[in-house]
Design a protein around this ligand. Structure first.
Ligand SMILES: [Zn+2]
Length: 275
């Protein structure tokens, strides 16, 4: 984890932590130790190695940190309890806007359908608007290969994702439960280029087709949000398109809005926005 509490309950970022001072988990209050090696990002770890949030794992990638750190510190890694205070999770980013809580989850490592559903249900059930942002650029196992079906128009893209690398559980999400209430968004960070369907055949008449890049060296990084009606089949889908710069700009506008709202609230109540 990147944040812990000191004995007065102040939130401390790992790079501002000092040796010789005790730090505690903001959720379960267990003692934390500082991990400041050279391989993974500096972080706090539960001393007893038992993490109070089983969903908090593999959050040490540069990709994850880059997106998360665009937001004010007290909107990052926010402790979110359920109503009965029996379950706790750390939202990657949480902020409120016009009275509604928003949660952003950045997902770099593979996730199971079961965990995806549990995490989505947890935040949606508490009334948050939820946006998942998946990193499909740097995935190696398996590499995520999506093709652009035709040249992109300004804010629309048609994509084909035909391979076994597709995240199958996204093909059969219950869209009535999630997509149609407008409080649930999924965004993919991908690297894609124009593709074409190539026909193959054998002398015995057997034929099949594959998708290939028209020019494998002409690919671009972008963010795409599948249109909600496409969330039951991502083999071939339409999405809203953002080039990288545009998407980072959108995140930074959102972050600044969160910052302003937090400052207004702090001025009004004398407390910061996080729970
Ligand atoms: Zn804990």
């Amino acid at each position: 984890m990147y944040y812990a509490s000191d004995k007065s309950g102040n939130r401390v970022f790992i790079d501002n932590a000092q040796k010789g001072i005790d730090y505690y988990c903001p959720a379960c209050k267990a003692k934390m130790i500082m991990k400041c090696g050279n391989i993974v990002a500096h972080h706090f770890s539960h001393k007893a190695r038992k993490l109070c949030d089983p969903w908090y794992k593999d959050r040490m990638s540069d990709w994850h940190r880059k997106l998360q750190s665009m937001f004010p510190e007290d909107c990052q890694e926010v402790t979110v309890w359920n109503d009965s205070h029996s379950e706790v999770h750390f939202a990657d980013v949480m902020f409120s806007h016009k009275g509604t809580g928003h949660v952003l989850e950045f997902q770099h490592s593979p996730i199971t359908r079961k965990e995806f559903i549990s995490r989505s249900s947890f935040y949606l059930g508490l009334g948050y608007k939820l946006t998942w942002i998946f990193d499909f650029c740097e995935c190696e196992k398996p590499k995520k290969i999506l093709y652009t079906r035709k040249n992109t128009t300004e804010h629309e893209i048609d994509l084909v994702w035909p391979g076994s690398d597709r995240v199958r559980f996204l093909d059969n999400l219950d869209r009535f439960q999630y997509a149609e209430i407008g409080n649930f968004h999924i965004v993919f960070h991908i690297c894609t280029g124009l593709g074409e369907e190539v026909e193959h055949s054998l002398d015995n008449g057997f034929s099949w087709s594959t998708w290939e890049y028209v020019n494998p060296f002409q690919k671009e990084y972008c963010f795409v949000e599948p249109r909600s009606m496409c969330l039951d089949n991502l083999a071939d889908f339409e999405a809203i398109y953002y080039d990288e710069e545009e998407f980072y700009e959108l995140l930074s506008i959102t972050a600044n809005r969160a910052k302003r709202e937090r400052n207004n609230k702090a001025n009004a109540t004398g407390t910061p926005c996080h729970k």
